[in-house]
Design a protein around this ligand. Sequence first.
Ligand code: AHR
Length: 331
Amino acid sequence: MKLKNIRKAKSVSIILSILAIAFLFVSCKKTDTSKDDKDLLLGFSQVGSESAWRIGNTNDIKEKADEYNIGLMLENANQKQENQIAAIRRFIAYKVDVIAFSPIVEEGWENVLTEAKEAGIPVILVDRDISSDQSDLTACKIGADFYKEGRKAGEYLIRKADDLKMEDVNIVEIAGTEDSTPMRQRRAGFKAAIANDKRMHILKSVDGDFLKSRGAECMRTLLEEYGDKIDVVYSHNDEMTLGAIPEIEKAGYTPGEDIIIISIDGGQEAIDVLKSGKINCIVECTPKLGKEVMETVIKLKNGEEVEKVIHPEEEVFSDEQDLSDIAPRGY
Ligand code: AHR
């Protein structure tokens, strides 16, 4: 081939390569921006990834957004309120259709939610509540009845104490994140349930922040302080319970026998431990809120009325029942 023809062939192949790369770029970009094809955009600010429950909740929100063909801007606040506030401000700037968020604590939301209201963007509270005198800042709340969960835990304990013919019941409580709705309501519901039972004494309540590592730390300290006196551990979530159990064993006690263990959530790992006998009771708190959230998003976008409070149905799993037929939990 002559030099001139070689140069020509080279330029043709360069042009073809550029065209191929351009084609690839365009087709990839189309997939990335597929949210643009959706009519509805939801901004969701998640608390963090502190527990199996939380991860299950995030996954469910993602799956259901997909199923309902709703575009999702998802932000993880990594356990910081300021990150949630910044995320909500970004959703407002982006002009999403609806904002949803799980407030890490109850106080401190008025300013940012007033901004959302002024921008005409409805807000759904998912999982947790806020505490405010202004009831028009949010459209509705979708999440568990935490007070009822606390009551169920207390009612189980009364039945168990009757069963074991206990005369005195010394309880330690490992509570969730200070000032969060589940921490406040699970404590209040439990206290109310045991209030008229003279056998029940809460020795101490400590803050375990819903984390496994904190559950372990709290349990170590409680064992050092109260040792033999502890009859019951009431823990506000599975993660902290799973952190506490090995500490109880290391201290020479048998969880589920020497110490009654009551937990909340019902993730697969904890259900397996319940089946092994090291947990006595788990009050269910379901993270599967995505369906209700997406259906509410669509109603709000269409200007329809929505229910102010939606609580999912929840069960109790305990050593009082046959545990062999609990369906896989999926989180
Ligand atoms: O708000 C729900 C609670 O938060 C769950 O019980 C807990 O596991 C989570 O981190």
